[in-house]
Design a protein around this ligand. Structure first.
Ligand code: ADP
Ligand code: ADP
Length: 231
């Protein structure tokens, strides 16, 4: 499972100005789609609608997952099917292992460790986000923004949803961890359907399909190579 379809989606926050205007696209099962476009183009609105922060009204089009209108899916099963990796992840003041384990309650330590490993966070599984290390009982280095994001990635890996929503907007991460994040993201995206608000060149270049948005409309679409050829 994991096919996403937007069918002629129109959406307005205030009933007057259009945030999305006739947006149609398909994310085939297991493929990655990158959303690009300037601020206000409608990228976040697409993710918010898919996660049902807002619902489409009558005549505003349809959003389908595996052919089913998401308005007919319970919030619970939608949240099981869709994993979200936000830019700024809020972590509990508890161990990294606990924070990762929250992705799927009842996970075994082995499962948590495997997820941590895929995100290169297994060395810090016993420490807290503020750096307190329960193993040595000392305060160490607090997690960087990039490490926090990798904890969120590991948490989502454990949850193992067929669909992923990624927001790379407002990326203010130190470049030293950039490679580790990219690797963790690759592990996460592999084999899932993903929809990313893409800022990293690597995310855009490796996407199966890039949708270029402007003022609520898809103005261009294709692979990275295809879009380069148009320019
Ligand atoms: P970000 O800039 O982090 O993507 P949002 O996605 O929340 O922030 O907002 C995107 C745009 O929508 C911004 O231009 C913001 O000013 C506008 N916006 C956000 N919330 C509201 C609101 N409640 N009313 C009007 N405009 C809003
Ligand atoms: P992007 O993610 O591409 O920056 P958004 O989807 O956030 O764009 O915004 C699309 C349009 O909807 C913009 O005109 C923005 O100002 C408006 N908008 C976004 N969020 C809100 C909101 N919460 N209330 C009112 N308008 C909003």
């Amino acid at each position: 499972s994991g096919e996403i379809t937007f069918e002629d989606v129109n959406f307005s926050y205030d009933g007057r100005t259009s945030a999305l205007n006739g947006v149609s696209f398909k994310v085939p099962k297991g493929s990655s789609v990158a959303l690009v476009g300037e601020s206000g183009a409608g990228k976040s609105t697409i993710l918010r609608l898919l996660y049902r922060f807002y619902d489409l009204g009558e005549g505003q089009g349809r959003i389908l997952i595996d052919g089913q209108d998401i308005r007919d899916v319970t919030q619970k099963s939608l949240r099981q099917a869709v994993g979200v990796v936000p830019q700024d992840s809020v972590l509990f003041n508890s161990s990294i292992g606990y924070n990762i384990g929250y992705g799927k309650l009842g996970s075994t330590p082995d499962e948590i460790e495997a997820a941590a490993k895929s995100a290169q966070m297994h060395d810090r599984i016993m420490s807290f986000p503020d750096g307190y290390d329960t193993k040595v009982g000392e305060r160490g280095v607090r997690l960087s923004g990039g490490e926090k994001q990798r904890v969120a990635i590991a948490r989502t890996l454990l949850k193992n949803p067929p669909i992923l929503l990624l927001d790379e907007a407002t990326s203010a991460l130190d470049t030293s961890t950039e490679k580790d994040i990219q690797k963790a993201l690759q592990n996460l995206v592999k084999g899932r359907s993903s929809l990313s608000i893409a800022h990293r060149l690597s995310t855009i270049a490796s996407a199966d399909l890039i949708l270029v948005l402007r003022e609520g409309q898809i103005i261009e679409q294709g692979s990275f190579k295809e879009l380069l050829a148009i320019e």
